[in-house]
Design a protein around this ligand. Structure first.
Ligand code: SF4
Ligand code: SF4
Ligand code: SF4
Length: 280
């Protein structure tokens, strides 16, 4: 059955208006069509009359969870694709947000986003946590096959591959901004004491940025693809991060963002844990 995005938008508008009218939230974060670009853009609605601007469709590619970090101490409603609910769950597990300060408007049976290859690898199509649900939950599991670009490459071939990819990086940091995991108050790339990365663009510093960023994704990246969608140079940085996702799953039986009560991968330790690295 074809997904009716007008119906979904209508429902989001109804729920948001009600939440704002009843004072259950101070604001709702969702999407509207941008006035100048015509693209789907994040919007923050505080007036119930403006809830009618909220829309949803497969162009709503940005992950909205990151905005929640700005509104602690008040209540926020958030329109959430299943991957957004996983991001929220990671934040809850890391105690970065409080459950009683958010109202999650979860969208069931996600059909994926336009032009997001990561959606083909996504097996979580219903919200993992929600206060209000839109649509019927998908019952059938989704067949997913997480790509492994590095599998058949020798170490030398991998190095050459990433040299080619990272040589195109202009270090605009759009990937970092788009990624909900990248939520540090000060990113290591902006630190000048110590200085981890040079300010000018060059292959060596580009490698440092991507490898260090990838390390910070371990056990936290949910393979949502927002980083790649944001990249103006079409760099395949998920060749690194999706590998971390797979290693967490296959070696440590851990999938981030499914259970807010579960400790994060780095906060757990078993004596028989494998010593496998993510590029092995
Ligand atoms: S990653 Fe999954 S939940 Fe997120 S938009 Fe794609 S299919 Fe939907
Ligand atoms: S978005 Fe692309 S070009 Fe910009 S820093 Fe990230 S990888 Fe480099
Ligand atoms: S795929 Fe991973 S690294 Fe990329 S934006 Fe999503 S969580 Fe961040």
């Amino acid at each position: 059955m074809e997904t009716n995005y007008s119906e979904i938008s209508k429902k989001i508008q109804e729920i948001s208006r009600k939440l704002l009218e009843e004072g259950r939230v101070d604001r709702v974060i969702g999407f509207e069509r941008g006035e100048f670009t015509g693209e789907m853009t994040p919007v923050l609605v505080t007036d119930p009359e403006e809830a009618e601007n909220l829309l949803f469709n497969p162009e709503c590619e940005m992950m909205l969870a990151k905005y929640l970090l700005d509104y602690g101490g008040s209540t926020t409603g958030i329109v959430a694709k299943p991957c957004d609910t996983r991001a929220i769950t990671v934040y809850l597990a890391e105690e970065l947000i409080k459950r009683d300060e958010i109202v999650i408007i979860g969208i069931n049976d996600c059909q994926g986003l336009e032009e997001n290859e990561a959606c083909d690898e996504c097996g979580v199509r219903n919200p993992v946590v929600a206060d209000e649900e839109i649509g019927q939950p998908r019952q059938e599991p989704v067949e997913t096959d997480i790509k492994d670009d590095l599998k058949d490459m020798s170490l030398g071939e991998r190095f050459a591959y990433f040299q080619e990819e990272f040589s195109r990086c202009i270090r605009c940091y759009a990937c970092r901004e788009a990624c909900f995991v990248c939520s540090c108050e000060e990113c290591f790339v902006d630190s000048n004491q110590p200085q981890w990365v040079g300010f000018s663009v060059g292959l060596r510093d580009n490698f440092t940025f991507h490898l260090m960023r990838a390390m910070h994704m371990a056990g936290r990246c949910i393979n949502c693809g927002a980083c790649e969608l944001a990249c103006p140079e079409a760099i395949n940085m998920r060749a690194l991060t999706r590998n971390l996702y797979r290693v967490a799953q296959e070696v440590y039986e851990f999938e981030p963002g499914l259970d807010p009560e579960e400790k994060t991968l780095f906060a757990t330790y078993r004596l028989n844990d494998s010593e496998q690295g993510f590029l092995d």
